[in-house]
Design a protein around this ligand. Structure first.
Ligand code: BG6
Length: 487
């Protein structure tokens, strides 16, 4: 469905996020006809580029980051023609180009500002827009992490933006919410009658959330200041937890859904100082050298001045949601870099059957598991116990009911940013984090980070290409459970 015509201003137009994600995402939406030449994309940054220079950058980004099958020369030309550029340095308004001249003063044209820049520039840019009379009450501003490194800095960033923009104009991106399979969690839970009646502590034993990546992190400039807790848990993984744990919202209204997520964040049992050792594990990968493979460790990848860093590249947590639905149901989370494979999945493990009539059967009944695979090979799997076919008596076997997205759907799956960038134009904030959610997440994260900082223990090391440190295995095995590791 086409969206209203828009003027999308992208600050940080020469940066990595713009090249890798925003430009390709807008191109795909353009290619699919979701918008056309009535819309404009306006790059803005401190660099003194001309329209032609910027268009060349857009062309290169498309060549590099759009799959060859989708690089259609005619569409690329048309797309490039709606791109233009204005040099803007918010701290030197006198030298800035005329952004106002590039924007249309038409209420039918949606005005959106994407701030793909460091957060210390959010406030100056917002003030610049206001001063230049480019702010409109119906304009939208898009911001993205890092939205702070703790609660205090996050409040400061939000306050800075709020000086100009009202909360209903602010779109805080967590790109996990734009992923198709993450949205599918909502469909799975609230468009089927089957799951909701058993979605509680009477039937669910525990939940596991895994976001494992095979890539390393030591060469990523920002990572050492951040670490896995801030980079992945505070945002993406807590958002996943919220979607699994929240009560059914009354409607798909943005605030109805975000109110429910907020309640989950507020119900998270704080991991108090004395519990940090038992409920959290941090790890850092070390390199491997063998005849067949050689992978550098985190320390080896760091520049000289950062060597000796205690930044965690892996975190495992035991999290509890203190409310009626989830009392006594732990949520185990783990995420890390340089793990055995790239996989993100949620495993809902149901309780064992209350009484088995198959005591003499081979293969004792095992509890059902619902596995929601977010990436790669997106799909949903429900493990069931069935009778092994044949006359050999009652032998039981665990077999999955398997829904593979790739086999079921032939359409291309849009990238998270495609959905999110268009939702901004549609004015739908459902898949964006509200300020109170963000701050509740930080308020829960901060004490963990502070306890780690006080501790003299360094992160446990784990070998690159494995499932993390032994402490993570112990964390779940202490409770008589194990991490789900497929198939
Ligand atoms: C980003 C993190 O938000 O998400 C990165 O900063 C991480 O460290 C990335 O690699 C993972 O995203 P995806 O979409 O590849 O799972």
């Amino acid at each position: 469905i086409p969206v209203q015509p828009f003027d999308y201003v992208v600050f940080g137009a020469t940066g990595d996020l713009t090249r890798r994600k925003l430009v390709p995402a807008l191109y795909h939406r353009f290619m699919d006809g979701q918008f056309d030449e009535q819309s404009r994309i306006i790059g803005a940054s401190r660099s003194k580029l001309s329209d032609a220079d910027f268009r060349q950058q857009v062309r290169e980004a498309l060549e590099q980051f759009v799959e060859k099958d989708y690089q259609d020369p005619d569409t690329i030309e048309r797309f490039i023609n709606i791109c233009s550029y204005v040099p803007v340095d918010a701290s030197k308004p006198a030298e800035a180009g005329d952004l106002g001249a590039a924007l249309r003063d038409d209420p039918e044209v949606v005005r959106a500002f994407y701030l793909a820049v460091a957060p210390d520039l959010f406030e100056p840019i917002a003030e610049y827009l206001h001063k230049k009379k480019l702010y409109r009450r119906d304009a939208r501003v898009v911001i993205e992490k890092p939205l702070g490194h703790d609660l205090a800095s996050s409040v400061e960033i939000n306050n800075g933006v709020a000086k100009i923009f009202k909360e209903d104009q602010v779109y805080r991106i967590d790109h996990y919410l734009g992923k198709e399979t993450v949205q599918n969690l909502l469909a799975l839970r609230f468009a089927n009658t089957l799951f909701e009646p058993v979605w509680n502590s009477a039937h669910i034993d525990h939940v596991q959330l895994t976001v494992a990546e095979s890539v390393g992190a030591g060469t990523r400039g920002y990572y050492d200041e951040s670490g896995a807790l801030r980079d992945m848990i505070q945002n993406h993984m807590l958002q996943l937890l919220c979607l699994v744990a929240m009560e059914p919202p009354a409607s798909d209204d943005s605030d109805a859904l975000r109110d429910e997520k907020l309640k989950v964040l507020r119900a998270l049992r704080p991991i108090a100082n004395g519990e940090v050792a038992a409920k959290t594990v941090r790890g850092q990968y070390r390199g491997v050298k063998s005849e067949t493979a050689s992978v550098a460790g985190y320390q080896d990848e760091l520049p000289e001045d950062k060597k000796g860093s205690r930044t965690e590249t892996f975190v495992a947590l035991k999290v509890e949601v203190e409310n009626w639905r989830w009392a006594g149901v732990p949520f185990y989370m783990r995420t890390g870099k340089r793990m055995a494979e790239r996989v993100s999945e949620i495993c809902i493990q149901f309780k064992p059957i209350p009484h088995s009539i198959f005591d003499h059967a081979e293969g004792a009944p095992r509890p059902n598991k619902l596995i929601i695979r977010l990436q790669p090979d997106e799909g949903v799997k429900l493990t069931m116990m069935i009778k092994d076919p044949g006359p050999g008596g009652m032998r039981l076997r665990e077999v999955p009911l398997n829904l593979s997205f790739a086999e079921t759907f032939t359409e291309r799956t849009p990238e998270a940013y495609e959905r999110l960038l268009m939702d901004v134009i549609r004015g739908s904030q459902t898949l964006f984090m509200r300020r109170d959610e963000l701050e509740a997440a930080w308020a829960w994260i901060d004490p963990i980070r502070e306890a780690w900082n006080r501790s003299s223990e360094p992160p446990q090391t784990y070998t690159a290409g494995t499932w993390g440190p032994t402490g993570a295995v112990a964390l779940i095995e202490r409770d008589g459970r194990t991490w789900y590791e497929g198939p």
